[in-house]
Each structure stands twice: as structure tokens, then as C-alpha cells.
Design a protein around this ligand. Structure first.
Ligand code: AMP
Ligand code: ZN
Ligand code: FE
Ligand code: FE
Length: 281
């Protein structure tokens, strides 16, 4: 089984990178990608957990914004982790997430909701990319909501009056940076409409021109019809089709390997990186 999209405590997952690899081993995953939001901080620890039965794909999920303000997540896989431009994009995003979180907390507090920035930091693992899930956990601890999911229903949704964006590259810029760093770019859950406005079918042409390699078709947030449309786009544009769990530990319902990538598709994707960077022991 091949699962190309998972999160750890290096962003908003609840398993450590070490525990993630152990979980994948226990689940029978043979090829696992670690793709924390805007970070490669979990890579080294994940490598230490490797066993001969599993191979590791190092990656990151980059939060992007189109020029129209639509949120897009771009998976970068198999890029050179020492590439300076790539690490700059990731660190710029992480840096602006701090004032962004301060602003969201201020807006919530102004409406009398019991939350402080310290509460959010207390709910954020050391070194993690801070995000709304940590704010959600802090709201749970303060008794404002019962669980993460409930916080995302209204208070923290993309449409909420408390929602604030952070600086982010455009999807085209993210693709260019990933490819320049030798990796491959796969657009994550492009039609996950429950999260907010989604890109149009025409947008894929621009992404393709920038060097997009694949589309994450099989993801729990896309229904059968959305998956069919994406499959058609992938065929038209000669893009790789992936499927993945977007596993977050106990932070989300997503079960590891609930969606997977076809081995032939993975082979095609891997061959488009500029070097063989899959990690094995
Ligand atoms: P942020 O990057 O800070 O804007 O937070 C967005 C992240 O929140 C997404 O990438 C998901 O991992 C997470 N998320 C979105 N919806 C939910 C939900 N209903 N429950 C838990 N986590 C969620
Ligand atoms: Zn996440
Ligand atoms: Fe995502
Ligand atoms: Fe994700």
C-alpha cells in the first residue's frame, strides 16, 4: 500500500514522526510520505524509525493562495530538503502564521470567547507549524467546544468572521519551487469544497504549464463525481493520479491508508523527480 499524504506533530498531526512510521508499518503501508504543513522538521526523526519493509518519501504540504484568494494545498514530494529557496518559502509561511494566529485570537476574544495566544501555544507541540487545529485544541481545553471538529464547523471555518489568512505562495510559485528543488508537485484535494472556494477546471492548465506532476484524486473530502472529473483532467493533461489518507493521528477521522496510490502511478510520479530520493534502510 502506498500512502502519499500524512501529518505528524511537526505540524497538526498527533503522532510523532517516529510513531507515524510505526503506525504505517503496523498498517502494512510499503511506501509512506510524510507531508507536514509548511515544514520538513519531521523528516530526520521519521527516518530513524525505518525498517526494511517500508520506504519513506520525504515531503511537505505547502499552503498556497491563488491571486483570487482561493486556498490551495500543494504536496511537494522528493525535493532536496537543503534547497534554500524551498526552505525560504516554508519558513516565510511558518513565520506569518504567528501574527495570523494572534489576529484570530484577538477577533475571538473581542467577541468574548475564552481563548488566549498562550492557550494556543500550550496546545502546539514544540517545533510544530502552528495552525487552526492547535487553536481548536485550545478551544476544547477551555471548554468552548467539545472537539476539534466542532471548532471547524463554525468558529474556525474558512468562511468564519474569525478566519484570517497567512502569507502564502501562489500554487504556480509553489510548483516552480518544488520542481526547481528537484521534487514533484501534486495538488492536494483540489475539489474539497467543504473547506471553501475551490479552483476551476481551467486553473489546471496554468498549474500544468508550471510543471504540476499529479492530482490527488482519491481523498475523503472528494465524492465520486469530483473524483471522476479530476480523473478526466488528469488523463487530459497527462498527470499522475494519487490517493492518500491525509492522516492526522487522532486529530482527524482519516485512517491511515484509507485511500492509496496505484503502484504504477507512483512509479510514474517517482520517475519525474530529478534524483532517486526515496529513503530505505
Ligand atoms: P491552517 O493551515 O492553520 O489554516 O489549518 C488548516 C488545517 O486544519 C487543514 O490543513 C487541516 O489539516 C485542518 N482541518 C481542517 N478541517 C478540520 C476538521 N474538521 N477537523 C480537524 N482538522 C481540520
Ligand atoms: Zn493538517
Ligand atoms: Fe490539505
Ligand atoms: Fe494534509
Amino acid at each position: 500500500m502506498i500512502d502519499l499524504h500524512t501529518h505528524t506533530t511537526a505540524s497538526d498531526g498527533t503522532d510523532s514522526p517516529f510513531a507515524l512510521v510505526k503506525k504505517a508499518l503496523a498498517t502494512g503501508v510499503k511506501t509512506l510520505a510524510i507531508t507536514d504543513h509548511d515544514s520538513t522538521a519531521g523528516w530526520d526523526e521519521a527516518i530513524t524509525a525505518l525498517q526494511p519493509q517500508i520506504e519513506l518519501v520525504l515531503g511537505s504540504e505547502i499552503s498556497c493562495l491563488t491571486t483570487d484568494g482561493i486556498s490551495v494545498h500543494m504536496l511537494g514530494l522528493l525535493f532536496d530538503g537543503e534547497n534554500v529557496a524551498m526552505q525560504q518559502i516554508l519558513s516565510d509561511s511558518r513565520d506569518t502564521r504567528i501574527p495570523r494566529m494572534r489576529k484570530m485570537v484577538e477577533l475571538l476574544r473581542a467577541d468574548g470567547i475564552n481563548i488566549s495566544l498562550d492557550d494556543v501555544y500550550a496546545a502546539t507541540p514544540e517545533g510544530a507549524t502552528v495552525g487552526r487545529p492547535h487553536l481548536a485544541d485550545a478551544l476544547v481545553r477551555n471548554g468552548v467546544v467539545a472537539e476539534r471538529d466542532e471548532a471547524f464547523l463554525h468558529l474556525l471555518s474558512n468562511e468564519s468572521k474569525y478566519y484570517v489568512t497567512h502569507a502564502a505562495p501562489t500554487p504556480v510559485d509553489a510548483i516552480l519551487a518544488i520542481r526547481a528543488a528537484g521534487g514533484v508537485a501534486v495538488i492536494a484535494h483540489p475539489f474539497a469544497s467543504r473547506r471553501g472556494q475551490i479552483i476551476t477546471t481551467e486553473t489546471f492548465l496554468d498549474l500544468c504549464a508550471a510543471g504540476l506532476n499529479g492530482i490527488e484524486v482519491h481523498h475523503r473530502d472528494q465524492n465520486a463525481q469530483e473524483r471522476q472529473t479530476l480523473t478526466d483532467i488528469a488523463h487530459d493533461l497527462n498527470l499522475v493520479i494519487t490517493g492518500a489518507s491525509d492522516y492526522h493521528g487522532t486529530g482527524k477521522l482519516n485512517a491511515m491508508a484509507e485511500n492509496t496510490t496505484d503502484p504504477e502511478q507512483w512509479e510514474a510520479l517517482e520517475s519525474q523527480a530529478d534524483a532517486r530520493r526515496v529513503v530505505r534502510v
